[in-house]
Write a protein that binds this ligand. Structure first.
Ligand SMILES: Nc1ncnc2c1ncn2[C@@H]1O[C@H](COP(=O)(O)OP(=O)(O)O)[C@@H](O)[C@H]1O
Ligand SMILES: [Mg+2]
Length: 356
């Protein structure tokens, strides 16, 4: 019998048996369509890689926020563009999160396979430490009232066996649709809770990696955590209802709705960014024809902040020339300058407005 106060070493392996999935087909079809449309929208972008950092950073920020690691878009992007060292730990963990996601994506490029060692590497990059699988007892998940909600399996060997079984399910099981598997994988990873900390974030990176690996998304630039932030209690409640009541259906529907919302919002956000980029290009061409170039506009939209060196790196001119470009762009209201440490950063406020 399951007892929330006792390590759940009897956590069943995937796939779950004897579950009722009669209500998932509608949301499954809806989310599959939205996701396919989003995938198409990304592939049709003239330069998909242009927005990828920005979108991944949104997910990194959101996923960290679920774990109460909170920063603002301004602080985060400023930190990325400026040379200045971290002022506080939140931005550092968010930037680490993005690095961990890229590490995972690079690993998949080499070998399309999700496995325990990769999860450990991801967690270590996020946490910037060298810890591994939990090997001491005492990890208990508590609710907002501080009372125990769930006690994950204990014992490194037990945890490793459960992860190995999860790996096998991820990489070989073809019984279920990938989006249903996505929900099963996320639950299972969180229920195993292999680390002392970083399980939520690593588990959400695994979702993006799985979407990439299963071929559903070429560039997994999906802001899934936005949905979780606005449906956070449900997230915890439904994860727990699988453990306590075998309620897989409600959990799977939650994940499908998360994918659907993220894909639809993603399409709209891509549209907005593409639109303001076109408008900005047109306006710069009109108002500053001498400095306009397609490459210049791309630099301004790579991240919401830019600086002189970024323009130099893009071969737009010498430091002096591009410094004048930035000043003229500011005079015409395209950019707003801000001094950070010894540097001057330039905010593309139109782009930032879409992100905020
Ligand atoms: N009842 C539960 N059963 C399984 N997993 C849960 C439950 N409640 C919360 N979780 C998962 O645990 C995560 C938090 O674990 P934690 O190791 O602190 O992650 P992070 O360091 O990324 O903060 C949540 O984001 C959620 O995914
Ligand atoms: Mg935590």
């Amino acid at each position: 019998m399951y007892d929330k106060n006792v390590p759940y070493n009897d956590l069943p392996d995937l796939p779950p048996r004897g579950i009722d999935l009669s209500n998932i087909y509608k949301p499954l079809i809806a989310s599959s369509r939205s996701l396919a449309q989003f995938n198409g929208a990304i592939k049709n972008l003239p330069n998909p890689h242009l927005f990828i950092d920005t979108i991944h950073l949104q997910e990194a920020k959101g996923s960290s926020e679920i774990e109460n690691i909170v920063t603002t878009n301004e602080r985060l992007y400023e930190q990325i563009v400026a040379d200045k060292k971290y002022q506080n730990n939140s931005e550092k963990e968010v930037i680490n999160y993005k690095k961990a996601l890229f590490h995972g994506l690079a690993a998949l490029e080499k070998r399309p396979f999700l496995h325990t060692n990769l999860y450990v590497e991801i967690m270590q990059i996020i946490k910037e430490n060298t810890s591994g699988i939990r090997n001491t007892p005492g990890t208990i998940l508590a609710g907002s009232d501080g009372k125990p909600v769930y006690t994950p399996p204990t014992g490194e060997q037990v945890i490793r066996e459960k992860l190995a079984q999860l790996d096998e399910f991820i990489n070989t099981n073809e019984e279920h649709d990938p989006l249903i598997k996505l929900a099963m994988i996320h639950y299972q990873f969180e229920a195993i809770h292999p680390f002392t900390d970083g399980n939520g974030r690593t588990g959400r990176i695994i979702m993006l990696l799985y979407l990439k690996m299963s071929g559903l998304l070429e560039l997994p630039a999906l802001y899934l955590s936005e949905y979780i932030i606005s449906h956070k209690n449900e997230y915890y409640r439904k994860l727990n209802a699988v453990t306590a009541g075998n309620d897989w259906e409600a959990w799977i529907i939650y994940v499908l709705e998360m994918v659907d919302h993220a894909a639809i919002k993603g399409i709209n956000r891509l549209d907005s960014i593409t639109q303001i980029m076109e408008d900005t290009a047109k306006d710069i061409k009109n108002e500053l024809p001498k400095i306009y170039s397609k490459e210049l506009v791309e630099v301004l939209f790579y991240l919401p902040y830019t600086k002189r060196q970024a323009l130099v790196d893009a071969d737009l001119g010498t430091a002096k020339t591009v410094g004048n470009y930035l000043k003229e762009l500011e005079n015409k209201g395209f950019l707003i300058s801000k001094k950070v440490g010894k540097e001057v950063l330039y905010l593309n406020h139109r782009l930032m407005a879409v992100l905020n």
